[in-house]
Every structure is written in C-alpha cells, then in structure tokens.
Design a protein around this ligand. Structure first.
Ligand code: GLN
Length: 204
C-alpha cells in the first residue's frame, strides 16, 4: 500500500487521512521534514493558503516541499491546496508565496463573497457519473498551460465553465473539498495516479 502523507499544518487533515485509509493507503500526517521524506505522495488540504505557507516556512518545510514536488512526488491539492500548487495567483494576499508545480493561474476566493460556500455536482474525467463538490471560499483555475489536463468544470450557474479540477503529470488539484462529500472517488483517482507514477518509476 502506498504511504500517502497529508500536510498537517492547518486545515481539514483528518478527513483526508480517513479517506486515504478507506482506500487502502497508509496515511501519515506530515508536519516535519523527516515525515515528508518518509512518504511517497502527499495531499495538501483545504484551509487558509497564506497561513499554511507561513507555517510551512516556520516548520522548515517550504523548500523540502518545493523540492519533492519538483522531483515528481504525486501531490493532490484541494482548495487552499490548489492555491499552494499554482505557479501563478490572482487576488493573492500581499507577498503571498506558493509551492508551485502546476502551470496554472489560480484565482483565490474566486466565487465571490456572496456565494462563499455552496455545493454542486461536477463531472470529472476518469470518474463515472457526477461527484459531489463542496466549495468553501474556493479558488478556480483562471488559465491553464498546454501541459495541464482539465479534469472538471462547473456545470451551471454564473460560474459555468470555470475549471475546478486539473492534472499535470503527477500533480492533481481540485477547487472543492472531496474529503467532505462522502464520496471517495477523487481520492481513488489520486491513489491510481500514485500507483501509475510508481510503476513508471520502476520501468524507467
Ligand atoms: N480561501 C482559502 C485560501 O485562499 C481557501 C479556502 C479553503 O481551502 N476552503 O487559502
């Protein structure tokens, strides 16, 4: 079973650990560089992206995280995690840094303050049938580079067509919170990406 970490500095860590456990992964909370070094893949959860970056720096994790991501560690970013994986931000806090890795421009709090939180269903490439999607002060992908596969878009309403799920190589990100919808299929997609990445590594 793959050892999959959940960045546990802040945010909804427990629900991700539980989803990964249900899928037969070995989940580990990651707070220290030694813990990061011991995992094969990582989930960067939702929460507050500015706080998470600040804590990552305090815990000496910022550069190790960037190095692992550059080195091809499969990583799933959800909500604030999507913000952290973005190479470029819109509506960032002053001086806000990211980990980067995904060739996308992400807009923070993109859905606006009036509709800060809502639930919808999203069709995702690689998943049969719609997935419940809980959006909480969520970002969206404003713009994606040519190497980025769009996995899902908002189906209806004023934000219809906006990109809310992407993949680029071993990196995946969703605007919504797949850990709270009672549906493990986004984590399953990620688990399969972790396995596929490991197989590729062995065959190289
Ligand atoms: N708005 C938050 C941020 O930009 C993300 C919200 C969330 O993860 N639920 O960091």
């Amino acid at each position: 079973a793959p050892t999959v970490g959940v960045l546990a500095l802040q945010g909804d860590v427990r629900e991700h650990l539980a989803a990964l456990r249900r899928l037969g992964c070995e989940p580990r909370a990651v707070r220290r560089p030694e813990e990061l070094a011991a995992v094969e893949a990582l989930v960067v959860p939702g929460g507050e992206s500015t706080t998470m970056v600040r804590l990552a720096r305090t815990f000496g994790l910022l550069e190790p995280l960037r190095e692992r991501i550059r080195g091809g560690m499969p990583t799933l970013g959800t909500c604030a995690g999507m913000v952290l994986l973005a190479d470029r931000l819109l509506d960032a806090a002053p001086g806000q840094e990211t980990l980067g890795g995904l060739d996308v421009t992400v807009r923070r709090n993109a859905f606006g303050r009036q509709v800060a939180s809502f639930e919808d269903e999203v069709e995702l490439t690689g998943v049969a049938g719609p997935v419940p999607a809980v959006f909480i002060r969520a970002p969206w992908v404003e713009d994606a580079g040519p190497g980025v596969e769009v996995l899902g878009r908002v189906a209806r309403g004023p934000a219809a067509g906006r990109i809310v799920a992407v993949r680029q190589g071993p990196l995946m990100a969703t605007s919504f919170h797949p850990e709270v919808g009672g549906d493990d299929r986004v984590h399953e997609l990620f688990r399969d990406l972790v396995s596929a990445t490991a197989r590729e590594g062995r065959n190289r």
